[in-house]
Design a binder for this molecule. Sequence first.
Ligand code: DC
Length: 231
Amino acid sequence: MRAKRVRKLIVAIDGPAGAGKSTVAKRLAKELGYTYMDTGAMYRAFACRVMEEGANLEDEKGLRKLLRDTNIALVEQDGRLSILLDGVDATDRIRAPEVSQWASRVSTSKIVRQRMVELQRDMGSRGGVVAEGRDIGTVVFPHAEVKIYLDASSQERARRRFDELKDEGNQVTMEATLEEMEERDRRDKEREIAPLRKAEDAVVIDSTHMGVDGVVARIMQEVNKKISANH
Ligand code: DC
């Protein structure tokens, strides 16, 4: 008897900045042999382009042209995810704190979101992805088999972001990091199109007092439940 082919799942992880989405999504993708999709990196890459061009976010025609002329690609090289902006590696550049704020601003635009969602659905069309962002379970992949809403207290999230930024050599203070993060969260949650919110069928995980291993193990339970149900 021929073994039944099991479709690879889509694992959607949403949540605010600093909740641990990237670390956890990368680990899960590795364990499952799936593709890791960092959708925030795509908004960040386009934000770099907007900053360079000094583009006006209110100018729909100009923004459409910029979207058409910009090539954004996520590629896996030597087990590391890189983002190419018009063919040039922008992986490090997109992490600068000012790019975080610009990415959040740029992502309020309907046409920008339409384009990014199109690219993301294309990448996930065959399943086998762990995608993280703000609207993955609600908009990009509403039929994802596993949906997680990963959260943590804002103090803890700011502390994690602060440590990360310091390690990368940025001159930052804890107060400024917390303030910027709260501003970004507010914008991401209050925007009109695809705001950050928990999908109705998402499992909520509060990682405030959890380590990465614990969160990964908890999500793997959900993944394994779906895999067994599919058999
Ligand atoms: O996940 P991140 O911090 O790299 O995302 C940067 C910004 O991009 C975030 O503040 C809001 C936006 N974003 C979004 O609107 N939708 C996504 N799916 C991912 C990110």
